[in-house]
Design a protein around this ligand. Structure first.
Ligand SMILES: Nc1nc2c(ncn2[C@@H]2O[C@H](COP(=O)(O)OP(=O)(O)OP(=O)(O)O)[C@@H](O)[C@H]2O)c(=O)[nH]1
Ligand SMILES: [Zn+2]
Length: 350
């Protein structure tokens, strides 16, 4: 029942319908700003008193917080509903793409967060729904879901292998595709098994979905070349696994990644763009990858990556990463700065 309620809540957010989240005795009703409009807001909040929930990263950009704890840019911050904070003003609070074009009409004031666990859970649900993490909030409401329900929605424990088939691909004709899914999430993750187990730990690549790089050949990142080079490297190694994880935009979804790109067009780097949107710098959870490898019977691996956080994330799921194998591709003029930011700000190894 609760699984159904979370799926319905994600759907409701996308459609601009309010949801409710319970934190102990407190219940918050929430209307996502991105999918609301002035009429829905008037119906949700007839007294025009509902404060606005945003994340700490966004609040810091708006100078509503003095300090940004780098570890928690996605923590909840509540903004008092000043009389001048009408619907359009709230949209400007929610969407950093408008910052340069529309100077904000403050002053705004942060107030203590009511029901912080429910508020954090709401921001998480916005990410799952691929929306901006910003809501109008009021107390009370029916059919509330709980933060634990949302944890269960994201839990990879119920991941299963659904089907598998031979799939010759460019660079690895001897390959098999294995498809995974959970009952909760619409994301269908894929493993490409290249070659055959030979008693040695497989060479593994975790590839997070990048529609722009993988499909359109975007030069802004290194994803497309990394994907193809990984297939070749695994084939050359004799045996291994490519996991294609549906974690577009480091877990914030395609639309939010493209918003981050729009901010990059304004001069912000990939780290600051995520923070300004109100998301963690990397919102991925490698639990899915760990579970996929275990279902494939591979819990001792060599990992192709430059990202020590990926190694740590996978180790935390109980997979033994016996070696990190660097996975560098030559830069191009469009992704040079992106790669330098990864090196300088997110600990990627040279
Ligand atoms: N939010 C956001 N996501 C991005 C951006 N550029 C690329 N991505 C996403 O980043 C992910 C690719 O990262 P990966 O190549 O898996 O990994 P990594 O963490 O850089 O580590 P490596 O294993 O060393 O490549 C994909 O989901 C891309 O869609 C960006 O500017 N903003
Ligand atoms: Zn990419």
């Amino acid at each position: 029942m609760s699984a159904r309620a979370v799926a319905q809540a994600v759907d409701a957010l996308r459609r601009g319908w309010p949801i409710a989240i319970r934190d102990g005795a407190d219940v918050l009703s929430l209307l996502a700003i991105e999918t609301a409009d002035a009429a829905r807001l008037a119906e949700f909040d007839p007294d025009a008193a509902a404060p606005v929930l945003i994340s700490a990263g966004r609040a810091f950009t708006l100078k509503l917080a003095n300090q940004l704890d780098a570890a928690t840019p996605d923590a909840p911050v509540l903004v008092e509903r000043a009389p001048w904070l009408e619907f359009d003003g709230a949209v400007a609070l929610a969407d950093p793409q408008l910052d340069l074009a529309t100077p904000l009409k403050g002053p705004f004031r942060a107030v203590p967060v009511i029901a912080p666990d429910a508020a954090s859970a709401a921001l998480r649900l916005a990410r799952i729904a691929g929306l901006l993490p910003a809501f109008f909030v009021r107390c009370g409401g029916a059919d509330a879901i709980t933060p634990a329900d949302i944890d269960a929605h994201e839990d990879p424990a119920r991941l299963r292998i659904v089907t598998r088939a031979r799939l010759p691909v460019a660079g690895a004709e001897d390959a098999e595709i294995v498809a995974f899914r959970t009952p909760e999430s619409p994301d269908e993750h894929i493993a490409l098994l290249i070659g055959h187990p030979n008693g040695q730990p497989p060479l593994v690549r975790l590839h997070s979905e990048c529609l722009t790089g993988d499909v359109l050949g975007s030069l802004k990142c290194d994803c497309g070349p990394q994907l193809h080079a990984a297939i070749h490297a695994i084939a050359d190694a004799g045996w291994g696994v490519l996991l294609y994880l549906r974690q577009e935009g480091r877990g914030i979804g395609l639309i939010n990644k493209l918003r981050a790109y729009a901010l990059q067009d304004q001069g912000f780097d990939t780290v600051d763009a995520n923070t300004r949107l109100g998301f963690a710098i990397d919102a991925r959870d490698f639990g899915v990858a760990g579970q996929m490898l275990k279902l494939l019977g591979q819990d001792r691996i060599r990992l192709l990556t430059n990202n020590p956080a990926k190694v740590a994330g996978l180790q935390a799921t109980g997979v033994d990463v016996i070696e990190r194998v660097p996975h560098h591709l030559p830069p191009n003029p469009h992704n040079e700065r992106y790669l330098a930011t990864k090196r300088d700000r997110t600990g990627h190894q040279l």
